[in-house]
Write a protein that binds this ligand. Structure first.
Ligand SMILES: Cc1ncc(COP(=O)(O)O)c(C=O)c1O
Length: 362
């Protein structure tokens, strides 16, 4: 087998090795049918069980109640920034947005095209280092929904609770921490996530949407932007990303076979602790970006004493097969993305490298 390296990419990100191997073994002939999953009709008897199993896998793992539909759409999480207001925020209406990072900011930009956006909480002025406590949030009386980003991938800040809308529909961008821990789906009206971090490859967006929200979709909506039409057609209004859905199904089976989301959370906490402890024990050589209580379990972001040292750090790390550590171009620094499929040994290898680097350059 070709040697695998430690891949800290923020997304598309590392997938479980056994999933890749299974996909490889079935690539030329799915279940002995003599065709790849990429070569059969999405409406065929070969693909139908794959889609059904992927939906059931997500439903089971996240304990999604029956009054929610599970959709596999296209256009990335970014299209959801637009689809949500296009369906639920009419002209003259308002929605509340909680902005804790770059992705939330982008969601606001798109929503403003449709109606009024009340940014009821933002950490922009302090550099997106924290998240609000639930009691710091006051919702607008006229809001149609409240939107938040449960994990901001670029800054590495994560909500440690499911936001309570106090009766207001809650919409969550969970792109970078979905399936990393159990969540209470029932607190949400709509959850969406690009697949390319914890669920599968890029090109599929998971949408979990409550039935009463689907009923609010405007009658004259464009079909491909219409949650009702997409739900009624079981994500097959047009040709879905069959390969992506197939891989999502394999990832769900893998996660189920490894203890489900409670076990994922335990492992993710262990991995993140190793890294944050190393940052905290470095006498200030490494400085974590996020406030302690908002530290992401998925994206660990930190700085070094200078940009030159950061450059040297990532290039020496890459040479040691620790890949993808360069922070997002908008914030710089280092970002270690350690999603579900990222192995603990890789975190330990990074920590060893960090200690050595600090000793030589501190
Ligand atoms: C939290 C979050 N939201 C949205 C996006 C955009 O996702 P996509 O590239 O699938 O449109 C990303 C991508 O990394 C993300 O991390």
């Amino acid at each position: 087998m070709t040697e695998r390296i430690y891949n800290f990419s923020a997304g598309p990100a590392v997938l479980p090795l056994s999933v890749l191997e299974k996909a490889q073994s079935e690539l030329l002939s799915l279940n002995g049918i003599g065709m790849s999953v990429m070569e059969v009709s999405h409406r065929s008897k070969h693909f139908a069980p794959v889609l059904e199993s992927a939906i059931n896998g997500i439903r089971e793992l996240l304990r999604v109640p029956d009054n929610y539909k599970i959709l596999f759409l296209q256009g990335g999480a970014s299209l959801q920034f637009s689809m949500i207001p296009m369906n639920f925020l009419g002209a003259g209406e308002a929605a509340d947005y909680v902005v804790t990072g770059a992705w939330g900011k982008k969601a606001v930009k798109e929503a403003k095209r449709c109606g009024t956006v009340n940014t009821i909480f933002s950490t922009a002025d302090s550099g997106f280092k924290s998240v609000p406590m639930q009691d710091e949030l006051t919702f607008s009386e006229n809001a149609k929904y409240v939107h938040y980003t449960s994990n901001e991938t670029i800054e590495g800040v994560e909500f440690k609770y499911d936001l309570d809308g106090k009766g207001l529909p809650v919409v969550c961008d969970a792109s970078s921490n979905i399936l990393s821990k159990p969540i209470n789906v029932e607190k949400h009206a709509l959850i969406y996530a690009g697949a390319q971090k914890n669920i599968g490859p890029s090109g599929v967006t998971l949408v979990i949407i409550r039935d009463d929200l689907i009923e609010q979709v405007p009658e004259n909506q464009h079909s491909m932007l219409d949650y009702r039409a997409l739900a009624e057609n079981n994500s097959m209004l047009n040709t879905p990303n069959t390969w992506g859905i197939y891989l999502i199904n394999l990832v769900c089976e893998h996660v189920k076979g490894h203890g489900g989301l409670a076990e994922m959370e335990k492992k993710n906490e262990e991995k993140a602790k190793i890294l944050y402890d190393a940052i905290d024990a470095s006498d200030g050589f490494y400085r974590g970006h996020a406030d302690q209580r908002a530290r992401s379990l998925m994206n660990v972001t930190y700085r070094l004493p200078s940009e030159e040292l950061e450059k040297q750090f990532t290039s020496e790390a890459t040479a040691q097969n620790l890949d993808g550590l360069k922070g997002h171009r908008s914030v710089g620094g280092i970002r270690a993305s350690i999603y579900n499929a990222f192995p603990k040994e890789g975190v330990q290898a990074l920590v060893e490298f960090m200690k050595d680097f600090a000793q030589k350059n501190g």
